[in-house]
Design a protein around this ligand. Structure first.
Ligand SMILES: NC(=O)c1ccc[n+]([C@@H]2O[C@H](COP(=O)([O-])OP(=O)(O)OC[C@H]3O[C@@H](n4cnc5c(N)ncnc54)[C@H](O)[C@@H]3O)[C@@H](O)[C@H]2O)c1
Ligand SMILES: [Fe+2]
Length: 403
């Protein structure tokens, strides 16, 4: 019996090959002036050119900001907001991976409400609607095209930080697998395993009692009946297609499966939330500068192993969704990560073991994420997960659970 179900999503999700050409018609509903946001690599792609052509064919005035940067540095946010204030757009169109779409979200926020960005850090801090945003993902992916989250780099904190509000959900997500065709193998691998992390962390998230206050107080409400459907659908797609998409970027069936998988995973975690793997990656990313998905994907099997005592039935369902009903989901995910080229050990990131305790403390302090983990997660637990990953051995956590 479903006890709790929550779904917040874009007003419209358009998925399919060639769908990018709808961007102009969709944007024209919001007015005449468009701010198009992308990064320098994508600005040179055919996919972005197709989106621009569609906007211009619809008779729209387009101002471009093509300097989005990986991990959304504050200097880039300032530059995009300045361009936006001059352009006074009616709508923002973002073409890119999580970095460009997250930049577009905070630009839409700053153009609507102004002020300093740190006033909006955390959950439910955005005071009202932001500029309408149309998001076209080029990775499969962060799911940012459907999520209420923007993750940005704040140099003063020395760590990335999230702004999470239903007002940040893009108005329309246009998911065209053709836009992901040029995505290089390493980005395909990292963003693809990140999508798997979203689905699995949402499926294993904490369960909260249904209460009318819950969605008003929290953006991420925890594991629920709606996010479970979406998470399992995502795991099935990603399990079948990730390795294929990494091996052959022109395999459009695999690209399409991955984009549909990351879309479903995004919708799942947009409502359920993510947990330990993402909290730990905030600390790993700050220490090593590794790509987001490399870190979340590397931590994922260890986090699953840590959570096993609380989530044995969920792990069995995940193994079935991954095509091995008799298998162990932790081992399947660990092997998949190695096959797509993730490092075997956290130690391979040139990180000394002496730094793990401080990183564990840092991760446990991100209560928005740590508090969403099904097994209580303190600095001790975070450090145990990091230590097992540092040695490259998930079974170290099995022993801990049994102890
Ligand atoms: N908002 C959310 O819900 C959410 C969720 C997860 C992660 N994130 C954030 O998203 C960011 C990571 O995003 P990402 O993994 O999508 O990567 P990205 O946007 O950082 O892009 C990585 C690199 O890949 C290139 N690239 C992307 N698509 C390409 C394509 N189709 N062809 C050629 N090159 C391409 C980019 O130019 C860039 O150099 C991180 O900042 C992370 O914190 C956000
Ligand atoms: Fe992620």
């Amino acid at each position: 019996m479903p006890e709790l179900a929550v779904l917040r999503s874009p007003a419209e999700v358009l998925f399919g090959s060639g769908m990018a050409a709808a961007a102009g018609g969709v944007a024209a509903r919001h007015g005449h002036r468009v701010l198009a946001i992308t990064d320098p690599v994508l600005a040179a792609t055919e996919g972005y050119a197709a989106v621009l052509a569609s906007l211009r064919e619809a008779g729209l005035d387009v101002v471009e900001f093509t300097d989005a940067a990986v991990d959304v540095p504050m200097t880039t946010i300032d530059a995009a907001a300045t361009t936006g204030r001059e352009a006074r757009p009616d709508v923002i169109v973002a073409v890119g991976g999580g970095s460009a779409i997250d930049l577009a979200k905070v630009t839409a926020l700053l153009l609507a409400h102004g002020g300093a960005l740190n006033a909006y850090y955390g959950e439910h801090m955005v005071p009202g609607p932001v500029l309408p945003l149309i998001a076209l993902p080029t990775t499969a992916g962060t799911g940012s095209e459907v999520t209420p989250v923007s993750v940005i780099g704040d140099p003063e904190l020395g760590m990335k930080v999230g702004i999470s509000s239903p007002y940040l959900i893009p108005r329309t997500a246009i998911c065209d697998p053709e836009l992901t065709r040029t995505c290089p193998p390493s980005v395909t691998a990292h963003s693809g395993i990140d999508a798997l992390s979203h689905a699995i962390e949402a499926f294993m998230a904490v369960t909260r009692r249904p209460d009318w206050r819950l969605p008003l107080e929290r953006v991420a409400v925890g594991k629920n009946a709606m996010s479970d459907v979406l998470a399992l659908a995502a795991v099935r797609e990603i399990g079948v297609n990730l390795e294929r998409a990494v091996a052959d970027g022109d395999d459009m069936a695999a690209r399409s499966g991955m984009l549909f998988g990351s879309l479903n995973a995004g919708l799942a975690f947009a409502n359920a939330g993510v947990a330990a793997a993402h909290a730990l990656q905030f600390a790993i990313g700050a220490a090593t500068g590794t790509p987001h998905g490399l870190g979340t994907g590397l931590m994922l099997p260890y986090v699953m192993a840590f959570n096993r005592p609380e989530r044995e039935p969920a792990l069995a369902q995940l193994a079935a969704a991954l095509g091995a009903p008799e298998g162990d989901a932790v081992a399947i995910v660990h092997d998949l990560g190695l096959r797509i080229g993730l490092p075997a050990r956290l130690a391979d990131l040139e990180l000394g073991e002496d730094r793990l305790a401080a990183m564990g403390e840092q991760a446990a302090g991100i209560t928005r994420l740590a508090g969403n983990n099904p097994r209580p997660l303190d600095a001790h637990g975070c450090t145990a997960i990091l230590r097992a990953a540092w040695h490259g051995d998930p079974s170290l956590l099995a022993e801990r659970a049994a102890a």
